[in-house]
Write a protein that binds this ligand. Structure first.
Ligand code: COA
Length: 260
């Protein structure tokens, strides 16, 4: 049995820090310390854990996943609006692909809506096919912006020394689009104007020096395609994988209903 709930107390927050290190292999300069998790909770952010209660109940030792967000404020036309920036989502390797990542995001959404917060965003690596599938297809986020080398140099094992380019996922928590995605229904009918591919081999390429050059070439080519598409007003509105596991970003012009 998996229990999903807010983390409480120093030991549970420390367990999140340890899972963070296990997942990304960060060195000291990149790791987010327990104190920051605590501050995030104190100021209206979220630190939620997935606990395997079959191990020995719901304790810091049974933490198998966590999600972490910080509160933010959007300014511009109209009243300032509170939102959440989700900064990390991790599930222990042995527990992946069983729906825990999705459940943690759903708990973030439920809790945010219970406080009247209707918008969340986060960045993700455009080369990570699985994350794109989860964010766009499963959760119904859309993307309209590309952040070039967003974090600068990173010690993340998953980054493999490549520039930290990121897409910005926009999650409108109670929108018809998100509700449709969560119910497994197709999103609003929309014509696809452009497709951007990520080869399934990208994961292997990142693990060797020779392969890294190929991964970098894909990153640079796709960077240009995304930037050009976004400058024309296109958005990522769909994501699919083919039978070989290649990922395909599907871009179209978002309707006003998708941006409200
Ligand atoms: C990203 C992560 C949190 C997802 O957690 P998870 O518990 O495995 O996620 P879920 O099981 O809820 O959903 C994953 C979906 O991706 C699918 N998937 C798995 N491998 C995939 C691949 N190579 N390509 C595309 N989709 C893939 C799964 O089948 C599942 O979809 P389904 O529900 O239709 O079967 C986890 O893989 C992880 O910790 N990764 C390392 C850290 C990271 O990248 N975090 C996110 C950025 S901050």
């Amino acid at each position: 049995m998996i229990e999903i709930r807010s983390c409480q107390g120093f030991d549970e927050l420390e367990a999140c820090v340890q899972l963070q290190i296990e997942t990304w292999g960060y060195d000291e300069s990149d790791v987010i310390p327990r104190k920051t998790f605590l501050v995030a909770q104190t100021i209206g952010g979220q630190v939620m854990g997935a606990f395997d209660t079959d191990l020995s109940g719901s304790t810091p030792k049974t933490l198998v996943g966590f999600v972490f967000s910080l509160p933010g404020v959007k300014t511009g036309a109209g009243q300032p609006k509170p939102y959440l920036h989700s900064h990390m989502l991790a599930v222990k390797e042995a527990y992946r692909n069983r729906g825990l990542g999705t459940q943690l995001k759903l708990e973030q959404r439920r809790e945010a809506l219970s406080r009247g917060i209707r918008y969340m965003e986060w960045t993700f690596d455009p080369l990570e096919i699985k994350n794109a599938f989860l964010n766009i297809h499963r959760l119904g986020a859309i993307v309209r912006s590309y952040r070039l080398d967003f974090y600068g140099v990173s010690s993340s094992r998953l980054q493999a020394g490549l520039p930290t380019d990121r897409l910005l996922a926009e999650w409108r928590l109670d929108s018809p689009r998100v509700e449709a995605a969560l119910e497994g229904r197709p999103a609003l009918a929309q014509s696809i104007e452009e497709r951007i591919q990520v080869p399934a081999q990208i994961y292997d390429w990142k693990t060797s020096q020779a392969g890294r050059e190929r991964a970098l070439a894909v990153q640079l080519e796709n960077r240009q395609k995304f930037q050009q598409a976004f400058s024309q007003g296109l958005a990522v509105v769909g994501f699919s994988r083919d039978t070989e596991g290649n990922g395909v970003f599907e871009l179209g012009f978002p309707t006003q209903a998708e941006l409200d």
